[in-house]
Write a protein that binds this ligand. Structure first.
Ligand SMILES: Cc1cc2nc3c(=O)[nH]c(=O)nc-3n(C[C@H](O)[C@H](O)[C@H](O)COP(=O)(O)OP(=O)(O)OC[C@H]3O[C@@H](n4cnc5c(N)ncnc54)[C@H](O)[C@@H]3O)c2cc1C
Length: 440
């Protein structure tokens, strides 16, 4: 998505938040907080665990404000005592992005779903809306998300917070689909950011790791709802690699898993039923799965298995060579304990300052290890291969980069940091981990 592509805004939602507030710079103070207890919804849990249990910590509390006014007040009060607020979505990230010993903040009790009437190929969505709920809600308007990742359990704010992506030649990550947001800043003010008026700020908030403020609503691009056909094939790995580029051209969504122990591949394609490429442009073997459904259910799967994962995005042209080196390394050193699989996907370039696909079409390669199997040495051994190919890590998954070593991979990281400083000069949304990560 380029800034100049940003289409006009859809009808603003009514009765669901602060309303149109102009650009961030012109927004001025947010609405005056109502009186009443600011911390009425703060729970003190025994501990907080992410999806896999791999990240576990003890926050001082979890706030679930019932209104945007209350959210503003909580942020102001935390800022006034020099504390830290970390926004949290569905808790599906492995990296300790949400870890804090102070306040976790969830927007789950704020208005969710589709807010107002979608228009011009865009829809306002409550930030805490889970992607699987969003699929049904958008369909009532005859609409769908342009793409999704492998699962749809994330909150939309959490998904865009780390650049969640699927796979397809012309399909960007979910962050790049964002054309506007409403955000509660460190000053406890609500601002509305619009790509047309403030392209710089939009490119920062499209993927912000929750360090620019708390998102309360997101405006995302949408497409007409479509029925899709999902097919899967088992293939020898070299055959899969040989046809992958042509399949990317012929199919809307394509990716494959590689299984180290068997050294074979499992390929998936998803296409609109009324734009199916036909057998001539698909693998020549029989499918192991062939099903039709609404796009959301065709693109995603329910995952019950817990796993650890490291993922990097490398320039698309380097994808095959990087994969082959990784395959060789895993086969010779880790075949015995590589318990699961490697996922190979394609993501279109975008312009979000911190997007792993910033400025370049990318291949993403993720190595999965079952939750119960050791992964540290395995991941540490393969990670330098990604670095050698100019890789940028998935912000939500396991990696060992931080500071300038990490930021030097993002040509406009400093512009992100400038926006961050403008919106949160005192670091209300920063934890120790995030300070190290962002060289602050
Ligand atoms: C089983 C599984 C499958 C996955 N598949 C894919 C995939 O196919 N593709 C892919 O790219 N990734 C995938 N991921 C990674 C996942 O999409 C990311 O971890 C995503 O960020 C999780 O969303 P969440 O709602 O759980 O957010 P969280 O993990 O809770 O938070 C993620 C980030 O968003 C910020 N955030 C959350 N809410 C807000 C808010 N309201 N305002 C401001 N910031 C906020 C947080 O501070 C944090 O920095 C997968 C993860 C799992 C566990």
């Amino acid at each position: 998505m380029s800034r100049d592509d940003t289409p006009p805004a859809p009808t603003p939602p009514t009765g669901t938040g602060p309303g149109s507030l102009g650009t961030a710079a012109a927004a001025g103070p947010g609405p005056a907080p109502r009186s009443g207890p600011a911390v009425a919804t703060v729970e003190v849990p025994p501990s907080w665990r992410n999806w896999s249990g791999g990240l576990c910590f003890q926050p001082a509390g979890i706030a679930r404000p019932d209104s945007v006014d209350q959210l503003c007040r909580i942020v102001r009060q935390t800022a006034a005592r020099g504390g830290c607020v970390r926004p949290v979505g569905a808790g599906h990230s492995s990296a300790p992005l949400v870890r804090t010993d102070d306040l976790l903040l969830s927007v789950d009790r704020l208005p969710s779903g589709v807010l107002g009437t979608p228009a011009d190929g865009q829809a306002w969505v409550g930030a805490g809306t889970r992607l699987h709920e969003l699929g049904d809600l958008l369909r009532r308007h005859g609409l769908a998300m342009p793409n999704l990742g492998d699962v749809d359990t994330q909150a939309i704010a959490g998904a865009i917070g780390t650049g969640t992506h699927g796979s397809g030649r012309g399909l960007s990550n979910l962050s790049a689909m964002v054309t506007g947001v409403r955000l509660v800043t460190a000053a406890g003010q609500v601002i509305e950011i619009d790509g047309e008026r403030e392209p710089d700020v939009l490119r920062a908030v499209q993927l912000s790791l929750g360090v620019l403020g708390v998102l309360t609503a997101v405006r995302t691009r949408v497409v007409p709802a479509f029925q899709a056909r999902r097919r899967e094939w088992g293939l020898p790995t070299d055959e899969c690699l040989a046809v992958f580029d042509a399949l990317l051209d012929a199919n809307r969504n394509v990716d494959f898993y590689w299984y180290p122990r068997r050294d074979d591949a499992h390929l998936r394609t998803v296409n609109p039923v009324d734009d199916d490429p036909g057998p001539a442009r698909l693998p020549a073997t029989d499918c192991t799965e062939d099903r039709v459904g609404w796009s959301g259910s065709a693109l995603t799967k329910r995952r019950s298995l817990r796993f650890h994962e490291i993922e990097y995005a490398v320039p698309a042209a380097a994808g095959p060579a990087c994969f082959q080196e990784l395959r060789h390394r895993i086969r010779i050193r880790h075949r015995q304990h590589a318990a699961w699989r490697v996922l190979y996907r394609y993501v279109a370039a975008d312009h979000a300052y911190l997007s792993p696909a910033y400025g370049r079409d990318s291949v993403t390669i993720s190595v999965h290890q079952n939750e119960t199997s050791p992964y540290q040495e395995f991941f540490a051994d393969v990670e330098p291969i990604f670095h050698a190919y100019g890789g940028r890590p998935h912000w939500a998954k396991i990696h060992h980069l931080e500071g300038r070593d990490l930021l030097s991979r993002y040509p406009e990281a400093d512009r992100f940091l400038t926006v961050r400083h403008r919106l949160d000069p005192d670091g209300v949304f920063l934890s120790d981990y995030l300070r190290r990560l962002l060289a602050l």
